[in-house]
Write a protein of this length. Structure first.
Length: 260
C-alpha cells in the first residue's frame, strides 16, 4: 500500500519502519517540526513535509500517529482527500474520525515504544477497528503484513485495554524509578535488582499475576512493612503509596484465600 505517516514520534517511527520493511511504500511523513519529519522520512525513503497543505493525495491510507488531543484537528484537515484514514490511539474513540469522514478505522499497536530500541513488530499485538466490514478487511490484511497478532477490538474494548496497559506498563515503570531513587540515595546500584524485575516479568508469561504475588504484604508481615515505612519517613507521598499498594495486595490475597 501507499502509506502516509502523520507524526514522527515513537509509534510513528516504529510503524513506518515496519511498513517499509514489509514492502509498503511510505509516500510522506508529516511533522510540525520539519527536522523530525526529515529524519524519519530519510529512514523510510519518503518525502518529509511540515504543513498539511503539502499532503500528496496519491496515497492509499493516512496513519495518524499523534497525541490524542490533536487527532480530531488532523482528521478534519485530511478528510478533504477522501482517503482511508486511521488513528493509532488506544484511548481515543473511532468517532474522533467518523466526525469528519466515513472511510476510517483504528490501527492500535499494543506495545511501549522508544525510537532508539528495536522492536520485533511481528510479535506486537495490533488492534484494529473500522467503520464497516470492507475497511476492517483492508486493515486486517495490512496488519497481517507486519504482525502475527492481529485482533478486532472495538472502541469500548480498546479503552479498557489501554487502561490495563497503563497499570501493566506505565505504573510499574514509575515504581522502577522510585526503586532506583531509593537505591541511589543509599549508594546502591540499580543493577542489583534488574534480575528481580526480569524474573517477575517472566513469571507472568506462564501464570496469572495474582498467583505469583510475593512480599511482606502477602505474608502480612507488619514488622517489615513498618520498617519500610520508617525508611520512607522523609517522603510522605511514598509512605502513602507504599501503604495503598500494600493494602491492595492484602485485600487481593484475602479475596483469593478468604479472611485468615
Amino acid at each position: 500500500m501507499r502509506i502516509t505517516i502523520i507524526g514522527s514520534g515513537n509509534v510513528a517511527t516504529h510503524l513506518a519502519a515496519a511498513f517499509k520493511n514489509a514492502g509498503h511504500r511510505i509516500v510522506q511523513v508529516y511533522s510540525r517540526a520539519m527536522q523530525n519529519a526529515a529524519l524519519l522520512a530519510y529512514h523510510v525513503k519518503a518525502e518529509p513535509i511540515h504543513d498539511l497543505i503539502q499532503i500528496d493525495p496519491e496515497t492509499d491510507i493516512f496513519v495518524i500517529a499523534v497525541k490524542d488531543d490533536a487527532i480530531g484537528v488532523i482528521a478534519e484537515q485530511l478528510a478533504v482527500h477522501q482517503k482511508l484514514m486511521v488513528h493509532t490511539s488506544g484511548a481515543t474513540d473511532m468517532f474522533a474520525l467518523l466526525a469528519f469522514a466515513d472511510n476510517v478505522g483504528v490501527f492500535y499497536p499494543l506495545q511501549t515504544f522508544n525510537k532508539t530500541k528495536e522492536v520485533d513488530f511481528m510479535n506486537v499485538p495490533l488492534c484494529i477497528e473500522a467503520a464497516d466490514e470492507s475497511i476492517t478487511k483492508q486493515l486486517q490484511e495490512l496488519a497481517q503484513t507486519i504482525s502475527n497478532k492481529v485482533y478486532r477490538i472495538d472502541s469500548a474494548q480498546r479503552k479498557v485495554l489501554h487502561l490495563a496497559a497503563v497499570f501493566a506498563c506505565n505504573f510499574p515503570n514509575y515504581l522502577y524509578t522510585i526503586a532506583q531513587q531509593i537505591l541511589t540515595q543509599h549508594q546502591l546500584d540499580f543493577e542489583l535488582i534488574r534480575p528481580l524485575i526480569l524474573e517477575t516479568a517472566e513469571k507472568v508469561q506462564t501464570g496469572l499475576p495474582a498467583a505469583m504475588q510475593t512480599g511482606p504484604a502477602v505474608r502480612n508481615d507488619e514488622t517489615t512493612m513498618n520498617n519500610h515505612l520508617q525508611l520512607l519517613k522523609d517522603t510522605p507521598h511514598l509512605q502513602d503509596l507504599y501503604t495503598l499498594l500494600s493494602q491492595g495486595i492484602i485485600k487481593l490475597d484475602i479475596e483469593r484465600h478468604g479472611d485468615k
